[in-house]
Design a protein. Structure first.
Length: 275
């Protein structure tokens, strides 16, 4: 579930964004880092200077991508009028940079103090997975996809193999407590739609397929699923809803167009490629 809380106490302001409930545990393993699209490595707990809100977004994303960094302080030297609204836009920029980071993030909060043309902004981030758990997901996806993908297999067959593997190996968490891909890969192998979509996204990426995680709703309930690009065209794949007890019904939400899935799904189409 996604909730937004904002509290203004001049000259200090605080904002918090929550994504989907409570966190999971941890395991040992090597550090995990998400894809970083710039050459600068930003460290958790660091202090950095930015001259635009776009730079703020780049810095926070860089900290998150560098092993799930949990905090950063940024000195913004720019016009701070309407900073609360602009920092909400910064959040949107951050989460659109990396789908896996967006949905493995549990909560991001920020506070700031302003002095006219400068602001001191502090971010704190929590995650559904530890860095070790995300590395476990990545390595498991790599191993499973290597076993599923056969020589000369078409991209469509790769998507079907991944779709079927997730359905056969993951169970929906009726308690709604587990939200990560990692939770779906360890006993009792249960997670909610967020975990299904994260795992499917990671496996599709390991198979060399372009994919997105879509945030929207199903019949009025918050929900996430996948888009995948096949033969130059995007299609929707909702593995969660295809995971039913009836085998004949496991492809009801498989390779659908926008028009077809829109019968019971809603999402902000401007944020995603057309299918």
């Amino acid at each position: 579930m996604k909730n937004y809380f904002r509290k203004m106490v001049f000259p200090l302001a605080v904002a918090v964004l929550l994504l989907f409930g409570t966190a999971a545990g941890g395991i040992g393993g090597k550090a995990y880092a998400a894809d970083i699209n710039n050459s600068t490595i930003y460290k958790s707990g660091g202090y950095y200077t930015a001259f635009s809100y776009e730079e703020v977004a780049d810095i926070v994303h860089g900290v998150m991508a560098n092993g799930h960094g949990t905090s950063v302080t940024i000195q913004l030297n720019s016009n701070t009028s309407d900073i609360g609204s602009k920092l909400k836009d910064v959040f949107k920029q951050i989460v659109m940079k990396d789908d896996y980071l967006r949905f493995v993030e549990k909560k991001i909060s920020w506070s700031w103090t302003t002095t006219g043309w400068s602001a001191l902004i502090t971010y704190n981030i929590e995650y559904w997975e530890t860095t070790e758990q995300s590395e476990y997901v990545q390595q498991t996806a790599k191993r499973v996809v290597a076993s599923l993908v056969k020589p000369r297999m078409s991209d469509a067959d790769k998507v079907k193999a991944i779709h079927d593997w997730v359905i056969d190996n993951v169970t929906y968490d009726e308690t709604l407590e587990n939200h990560s891909a990692y939770a779906g890969l360890v006993q009792p192998y249960k997670t909610v739609c967020q975990g299904y979509a994260l795992l499917t996204y990671r496996m599709l990426k390991e198979a060399g397929l372009e994919s997105r995680i879509v945030y929207g709703d199903y019949l009025g309930t918050l929900h996430v699923w996948n888009l995948v690009k096949l033969d130059g065209k995007w299609v929707h794949v909702d593995v969660t809803l295809d995971d039913t007890e009836y085998d004949w019904n496991r492809y009801s939400y498989y390779n659908l167009s926008d028009a077809m899935i829109a019968l019971d799904h809603r999402w902000n189409r401007a944020d995603y490629p057309s299918a």
